[in-house]
Design a protein around this ligand. Structure first.
Ligand code: NAP
Length: 544
């Protein structure tokens, strides 16, 4: 830890991050009289929605579902204007929540937490920031999101490039004008697929560099109607309860038939119907799309045929049609006119599946032995997901063990909430919880409630330390992997598997057993006296 501290203070809890997790945590802690400091590296609230301001950014979970459920007045009063909300509106919502519950006064913006070390003697965390402050806290909570550390590939010549570069996950706040420019987009994940149609309308020419094609479903986004809004708001508490015990934390109509149990004709008609409705409900066309390769093949081929139908140039259409992994095993994308964009005169696709981009030059880049000149290059190249942001902080638990060291073969958590030897440190939607395989806001609320209730339990029982046992953690880690291995997910080189980061251990990081199943497991654990957790009572010294 640094010797050059400007200030030190002491609170009950330090929260890192003022996104959806940090805001709700602060709200709950404050109501319980838990003194709290929140540190946020961004200049304002919103987390993911603060950083990801790229053109076309929107959420592909329906607005009526991608929102807090903890306050009935809040969910009644806020009005979403579209079925799938654009980023500025979600950011406005985060700001509304911060103002409505008067949260800003306990948040330090533009401050990054650099280190957090557990002092075994004092049973407290020493948290250090880049502003030179040290805060002592009983509880340390990483509310830093799962997809927060943007990755730009390490390309030779990057520093010598004279044009502008951008990353979708760290987009400037002011409007970026691409009018008349030749631009490149590298990457065709959810971010690239959302940005490309919008950028193509503005740029003189757009070249997309594609390493792996992605399955993308049409969003069929529409303005919110009063009728649809009411169909939710009139029965919000009941709908939210249903969401809490659903598979993904959102209500989607899942067909309970296996794909091959119906005739070819019926199968095609189910796919066509769901393609027409739009959004991720396509993956619920049959109940075995993510567990049976044969079932998956039928859905994947349907989508490939849609791509071939939409894209006029057959060579481009074939390049855009994914064939190397099952549909849904990389994060499914949802788009507004993505494949249609390749019918524009000013858009080209460059396939770099055979060889990586060779280097950047002062005025562009070289790929497949050819030089391309660009005024701007947009990296839509993703994130060091799930663990990257946790490792950015020098977190050390018992015996000065670094979290990064303990997890060098992959994340080890109990329930994705805590890790043994890191007492009183919680992660909101950490690896080993449904997290990115769910409607994040629902999972965030569940974890915040779990953490808050645990602290209340500790206070009631006179405990001051909470930590999972080694056995409980080992069993959970195995369960997470066994559950993933029953699905097709491990067959894709996805960021869920850590496969997008050179050198990262390959294993499925989220818990795929389902949001409702997971919630029930958590409830049972609490019901059995926090089974798998150990507590330490207040010492005489700590009680003073
Ligand atoms: P991503 O899914 O990881 O996609 C990154 C893209 O960049 C991939 O196509 C990847 O190719 C490519 N890439 C990475 N490194 C490269 C390199 N060195 N050279 C060439 N191509 C490279 O990242 P993302 O699109 O930012 O999305 C991340 C996640 O954020 C999503 O999966 C989703 O969970 C979330 N998100 C959600 C929404 C939404 O709600 N609509 C929108 C945006 C993001 P490979 O596939 O070959 O690795």
């Amino acid at each position: 830890m640094s010797d050059q501290l400007k200030a030190s203070s002491s609170v009950d809890a330090v929260i890192v991050g003022a996104g959806f997790s940090g805001l709700y945590l602060l709200h709950r802690f404050r109501k319980l009289g838990i003194s709290t400091r929140v540190f946020e590296r961004g200049g304002d609230v919103g987390g993911t929605w603060y950083w990801n301001r790229y053109p076309g950014a929107r959420c592909d979970v329906e607005s009526m579902q991608y929102s807090y459920s903890f306050d009935e007045d809040l969910q009644q009063e806020w009005q979403w204007s579209e079925k799938f909300s654009p980023q500025p509106q979600i950011l406005a919502y985060a700001n509304h929540v911060a103002d409505r519950f008067d949260l800003r006064k306990d948040i330090d913006f533009d401050v990054e937490v650099t280190a957090a070390h557990f002092d075994e003697g004092a049973r407290r965390w020493a948290v250090e920031t880049d502003s030179g402050e040290r805060v002592s806290a009983q509880f340390f909570i990483m509310a830093t999101g799962c997809i927060s550390t943007a990755q730009i590939p390490d390309l030779d010549g990057f520093d010598g490039y004279k044009g502008r570069t951008f990353h979708t996950g760290n987009w400037p706040h002011e409007k970026v004008d691409f009018t008349g420019e030749r631009i490149a987009v590298i990457g065709t994940g959810s971010s690239g697929i959302q940005a490309i149609p919008v950028l193509a309308q503005e740029a003189a020419h757009l070249t997309v560099f594609q390493r792996t094609p992605n399955y993308s479903l049409p969003s069929r986004n529409v303005p919110m109607t009063e009728e649809y809004e009411h169909s939710w708001k009139d029965v919000y508490p009941a709908k939210r309860d249903e969401m809490r015990y659903s598979g993904h934390g959102s209500l989607k109509d899942l067909n309970d038939k296996p794909a091959l149990s119906v005739s070819e004709e019926e199968r095609q008609s189910v796919f066509a119907e769901r393609w027409k409705v739009g959004g991720t409900i396509f993956l619920g066309s049959f109940n075995d799309i993510l567990t049976s390769q044969e079932a998956n093949d039928t859905a994947a081929e349907f989508v490939r045929n849609q791509i071939r139908r939409i894209v006029k140039d057959p060579v481009t259409g074939e390049l855009l049609a994914p064939k190397t992994y099952p549909i849904g095993t990389k994060r499914i994308c949802v788009d507004s006119g993505y494949f249609e964009t390749y019918n524009r005169e000013n858009v080209d696709l460059v396939d770099i599946s055979g060889a990586p981009i060779e280097r950047m030059t002062p005025d562009g880049l070289v790929a497949n032995g050819q030089h391309y000149a660009f005024d701007s290059i947009v990296f839509a190249t993703g994130f060091d997901a799930m663990t990257g942001t946790l490792f950015n902080v020098d977190i050390r638990g018992r015996r000065d063990q670094a979290l990064k060291e303990k997890w060098n073969a992959g994340p080890r958590t109990y329930l994705g909430l805590m890790s043994e030897a890191f007492p009183n440190m919680f992660m909101i939607t950490g690896p080993g919880s449904p997290s990115v395989k769910s409607n994040m806001v629902m999972s965030i609320e569940q974890h915040v409630d779990f953490v808050t209730d645990s602290i209340v339990h500790m206070r009631e029982q006179g405990y001051d330390v909470m930590e999972p046992t080694v056995n409980a953690e080992d069993e959970w880690v195995d369960h997470v992997q066994e559950t993933a291995n029953k699905t097709l997910f491990p067959r894709a080189n996805s960021w869920y598997m850590g496969a997008n980061m050179p050198g990262k251990p390959r294993l499925f990081m989220p818990y795929i057993g389902g949001v409702g199943v997971y919630r029930k497991i958590c409830e049972e654990i609490v019901g059995e006296g926090y089974k798998g957790f150990r507590f330490e009572a207040k010492t005489a010294a700590a009680a003073e």
